[in-house]
Design a binder for this molecule. Structure first.
Ligand SMILES: Cc1ncc(COP(=O)(O)O)c(C=O)c1O
Length: 427
């Protein structure tokens, strides 16, 4: 019985699965009047039992002293720690098999805090291309203002681009990070994670400090892609998407080893980019159904993508399940991904006019950016999420005017297909 302070992670030799642990891991009813569900600790600060206790908590929180065996940092102030934040982080780490997780107020808060903790003026970051529009702005426009050079390579075009980017970064004193988004938003281009960690090892030998390999795993989530098992260091998420899953929270996470996350944690404390207790509570609710929701979304997406592929008004469907298994990318998909995910783009015959017409005619699928919710969404990356990228670079990345990105939810698949059928019939 987990009344006070014992987590059950194994029963009779059976290691409990993440979907089981999401119901209670890290929460002890005896500490909260027996409540089955963890209450929301909607408080900014915590009372110390004595001044000495407060002193000790701060010593540990600020790293001024090492914790004794079994000693942990007590609750101080909700920018530093809070029960909802801590329980959520314990549960997030389980999915990736990681030592630690940190929760943030958005995916961008996670990504920017992680990069600011990792890079210094004069450093370089090698990154895949395309990435989510906000990440692109951070890499292309914000980091250079802090004296950090960024060198891009294309996702979905094999390993040569990565090697070229390493060569281009050679003249910089130190490559601090290899930042990768795979599958890439919105093209679903793949990047070889094992190749990225091999490059980081090689750079580590050459420059004396190994760059961190940071992977945005928002599209496939910990269910379908496990970057830490491919030698990567930090996994970042927009929890707003599949983990939150109900289009009602904005949040993010960094997951990895204690050592890799320590500077990120410190930076989060100072920047104040953590998530709040209520959002953390909503995310715990969401984690209980993550596996159910995501599995159903992938089944639906496979059905919808199959319908679109055979449609005469559709030029191409960038669904990972359609990669040729004998192609380089198909082999990478088989090595690295466990399912095709449920967000993909398709290209209508025509241009912006035809794409906009389909988007405007959809009745069930909502016209909105974001992805990973229970409801299906459709958007136009060139005019919306990726409109900030200059047109020539956008076109080179394959983000064309006839591209529509969809995130398939958990509705009945026949209803979704009926909606796409009627909308496509209008062009
Ligand atoms: C792949 C990816 N990473 C990061 C983000 C940023 O997440 P957030 O909106 O939670 O800041 C997004 C948002 O769409 C995304 O698609």
């Amino acid at each position: 019985m987990t009344w006070l302070n014992r987590d059950v992670t194994e029963i009779g030799g059976q290691r409990l699965h993440p979907e089981t642990l999401m119901m209670g891991y890290g929460y002890f009813p005896g500490l909260s009047e027996g409540a089955v569900k963890c209450p929301i600790f909607q408080t900014s600060t915590f009372v110390f039992r004595s001044a000495g206790e407060g002193k000790r908590f701060f010593e540990l929180a600020y790293g001024l002293s090492e914790p004794a065996p079994q000693e942990s940092i007590g609750l101080i102030y909700s920018r530093l720690n809070n029960p909802n934040l801590e329980i959520l982080e314990g549960r997030l780490a389980i999915w990736d098999g990681a030592e630690r997780a940190l929760a943030f107020s958005s995916g961008m808060a996670a990504i920017s805090t992680c990069l600011f903790a990792t890079c210094r003026p004069g450093d370089a970051v090698i990154h895949s291309n395309p990435v989510y529009g906000g990440s692109d702005y951070l890499l292309d426009k914000v980091l250079p203002q802090f004296g950090i050079r960024t060198v891009a390579f294309d996702a979905g075009k094999g390993a040569q681009g990565l090697r070229d980017a390493v060569e281009a970064a050679r003249e910089t004193a130190r490559v601090a990070a290899v930042y990768v988004e795979t599958p890439a938003n919105p093209t679903n281009g793949l990047v070889d994670l094992a190749a990225c960690s091999a490059v980081a090892d090689e750079l580590g030998r050459r420059q004396g400090s190994r760059p961190l390999v940071i992977v945005d795993n928002t599209f496939l989530g910990p269910l379908w892609q496990r970057p830490l098992e491919h030698g990567c260091d930090i996994v970042v998420y927009s929890l707003t998407k599949y983990v939150g899953g109900h289009s009602d929270v904005v949040a993010g996470a960094c997951v990895g080893s204690r050592q890799a996350l320590e500077p990120v944690h410190l930076m989060r404390t100072i920047l104040g980019t953590m998530t709040d207790p209520h959002t953390a509570w909503l995310l715990m609710r969401s984690l209980e159904t993550l596996e159910l929701r995501f599995r159903k979304s992938v089944d639906n997406a496979t059905r919808v993508a199959g319908f679109l592929r055979g449609h005469p008004k559709v030029e191409r469907v960038a669904f990972l399940g359609f990669l040729d298994p004998d192609s380089e990318e198909g082999r990478l998909y088989a090595r690295q991904c466990l399912a095709p995910g449920a967000t993909f783009s398709f290209f209508v015959k025509g241009g912006e006019r035809e794409a906009f017409r389909v988007l405007d005619e959809l009745q069930l699928v909502k016209l909105a950016v974001s992805l990973g919710g229970t409801e299906s969404l459709a958007s136009h990356p060139a005019a919306m999420t990726h409109s900030d990228i200059e047109p020539a670079r956008r076109a080179a990345l394959g983000i064309t005017d006839n591209m529509i990105r969809v995130s398939i939810g958990i509705e009945h698949p026949d209803d979704l297909i009926a909606d796409f059928r009627q909308a496509l019939a209008t062009i």
